[in-house]
Ligand binder design. Structure first.
Ligand code: FAD
Length: 396
C-alpha cells in the first residue's frame, strides 16, 4: 500500500511541486513582488482598467524601482543585477496582477534600459540608467509604425545627417509608456542602416499623443510617437549597433519576460475559477463537483504547470548563457497562447460573472489579446520556430 502520511500537501496551484526547483533567493524575490502587487496594484487595477488610467503611474514606477524591479536583470548603473530566473518570477507575479503593469516594467527594463545598457555610450548609461532603475525617469521603445509592424526592416521613420546633428522624421505607433516617458529609444532608417536614438521627450518636434479606445491593456499607457524634425546631437545615436540586430536583441529580452508573465495571468484566472467553482452552487452542489468543471480545472492546470516548467527551463538556460532566440520564440508562442486559452476556459467556469470586472478573468483575457500580438505575433513566432526546424524562412 502507498504511504502518503509523510508526503507534502497537494498544492492546487503547484500540483507537481515546481517550488522545489526554486532557490530561497528566488522565492524571496517572488514573495516581495507578490507583496508589492497585493498592496499597490490588486486593490486598484480593475478600476484603472475600467477607466483606462493608471493613477499615479510615476509613484508606482518609483515603488517598482525601489524594489529593484526596473532593469532588474542588468548589472551596474543602479540596476539590481538579479538572475534571469528571478526576473522571470517577478514578471509572473506582476502579470498575475495585470499585464499592463508587467508591460510597464518590461518596456522600461528589457526594451528601453536594455537598449541603452547593451548598445549605448558610457554617457547614455550614466545619464539615464540610474534614474530609470529608480523609476525617476520612465522610458519607452519606438519600433512599430502605423504601417509597419512585423516587418520592421521596412520602417519609414528616417534619421538624416545635418552637419554634426541628426534630424528625425516619422511616426511610431502602439508605443507603451509613450505619453509618460522621459526618454524614448527610437529606431530609424539611416544611410548606415537602422540605428537607435536616445531621444529626451522634451526635444522640440517630439510629441506622444495617447491612443484611446483600447479594449485591452487598459491599465497601461499606449501612445503614438510623432517625430517632426527632431534635431539631436551626433551623440544621441546608440554607437554600438547597426541594423535590426539592435531592436531584435531588446525584443528577445522582453519576450523572455512574457514567457513567464503570461503564466501569471493564467494562474490568476485559474485561481479565480477554482475558488468560484467551489462556492457557486447549482443543482444543490458546488459546480466544482461536476465532472465537466473538474475537467476544465484540470486541463487549465496541466497547461499552466507545463508553461511554468517551460519558463523555468528557459530561465535556467538564460542564466547559463545557452538560451537561443528561437527557444524564446517557442516559449512565448506556447505560453501566451495557452494562457489565453486558460483565461477563456476560466471565463466559462464563472458563467455570466466571468464577463464582469469584479473578477480578474475577463481583464486578463482581454490583456492577453495584446500580449499575443506584441513582441512578435503568434504567427511570426510560429514561423521563427518553423524556420529553425526546417531551415526555410516562410515569412519572406
Ligand atoms: P502586422 O505586422 O500588420 O500583422 C497583421 C497580421 O498579419 C498578424 O496576424 C501577423 O501575424 C500577420 N503577418 C504579418 N506578416 C506575416 C508573415 N510574413 N507571415 C504570416 N503572417 C504574417 N511596438 C513597439 O515598438 N513598442 C511598444 O512599446 C509596443 N507596445 C505595444 C502595446 C500594445 C498594447 C500593442 C497592441 C502593441 C504594441 N506594440 C509596440 C506593437 C506590436 O509590437 C505590433 O503590434 C506587432 O509587432 C504586430 O504588428 P502589427 O500590429 O502592425 O501587425
Amino acid at each position: 500500500m502507498m504511504r502518503t502520511s509523510n508526503l507534502p500537501a497537494f498544492e492546487p496551484l503547484d500540483p507537481v511541486g515546481i517550488d522545489d526547483l526554486l532557490t530561497p533567493d528566488e522565492k524571496a524575490v517572488r514573495a516581495s513582488v507578490r507583496h508589492l502587487c497585493a498592496e499597490r496594484v490588486d486593490p486598484f487595477v480593475a478600476d484603472w482598467f475600467e477607466r483606462g488610467v493608471v493613477d499615479d503611474v510615476r509613484g508606482l514606477a518609483e515603488e517598482l524601482g525601489a524594489l529593484g524591479l526596473l532593469g532588474m536583470h542588468l548589472e551596474g548603473y543602479g540596476c539590481a543585477g538579479m538572475s534571469a530566473t528571478e526576473y522571470g518570477l517577478a514578471c509572473l507575479e506582476l502579470e498575475a496582477s495585470d499585464s499592463g503593469i508587467r508591460s510597464l516594467v518590461s518596456v522600461q527594463g528589457s526594451l528601453a534600459m536594455y537598449a541603452i545598457w547593451r548598445w549605448g555610450s558610457e554617457e547614455h548609461k550614466l545619464e539615464w540608467l540610474p534614474r530609470m532603475a529608480s523609476g525617476e525617469a520612465i522610458g519607452c521603445f519606438g519600433l512599430t509604425e502605423p504601417d509597419i509592424g512585423s516587418d520592421p526592416g521596412s520602417m519609414r521613420t528616417r534619421a538624416r545627417r545635418d552637419g554634426s546633428d541628426w534630424v528625425l522624421d516619422g511616426r511610431k505607433m502602439w508605443i507603451t509608456n509613450g505619453s509618460v516617458a522621459d526618454v524614448a529609444v527610437v529606431w530609424a532608417q539611416t544611410d548606415e542602416g537602422v540605428r537607435g536614438f536616445v531621444v529626451p521627450t522634451t526635444t522640440p518636434g517630439f510629441s506622444a499623443p495617447e491612443i484611446k479606445h483600447k479594449q485591452s491593456l487598459r491599465a497601461s499607457v499606449t501612445s503614438e510617437l510623432v517625430l517632426d524634425g527632431v534635431r539631436l546631437p551626433d551623440a544621441a545615436a546608440l554607437p554600438e549597433v547597426r541594423g535590426l540586430r539592435g531592436p531584435l536583441s531588446c525584443l528577445n529580452e522582453a519576450r523572455f519576460g512574457i514567457v513567464w508573465g503570461s503564466m501569471g495571468a493564467a494562474r490568476s484566472s485559474l485561481a479565480a475559477a477554482l475558488s468560484y467553482a467551489g462556492e457557486r452552487i447549482q443543482f444543490g452542489r458546488p459546480v466544482s463537483g461536476f465532472q465537466l468543471t473538474q475537467q476544465k480545472l484540470v486541463e487549465m492546470n496541466l497547461e499552466y504547470t507545463k508553461g511554468v516548467l517551460l519558463a523555468l527551463h528557459l530561465g535556467r538556460r538564460k542564466d547559463a548563457g545557452t538560451l537561443r532566440p528561437e527557444q524564446v520564440s517557442l516559449g512565448k508562442l506556447n505560453n501566451v497562447r495557452e494562457a489565453l486559452e486558460i483565461c477563456r476556459t476560466a471565463r466559462t467556469v464563472l458563467g455570466a460573472n466571468g464577463i464582469s470586472l469584479e473578477y480578474p478573468v475577463i481583464r486578463h483575457m482581454n490583456n492577453l489579446e495584446s500580449v499575443l500580438t506584441y513582441e512578435g505575433t503568434v504567427e511570426m513566432h510560429t514561423l521563427v520556430v518553423g524556420q529553425a526546424m526546417t531551415g526555410q524562412a516562410a515569412f519572406r
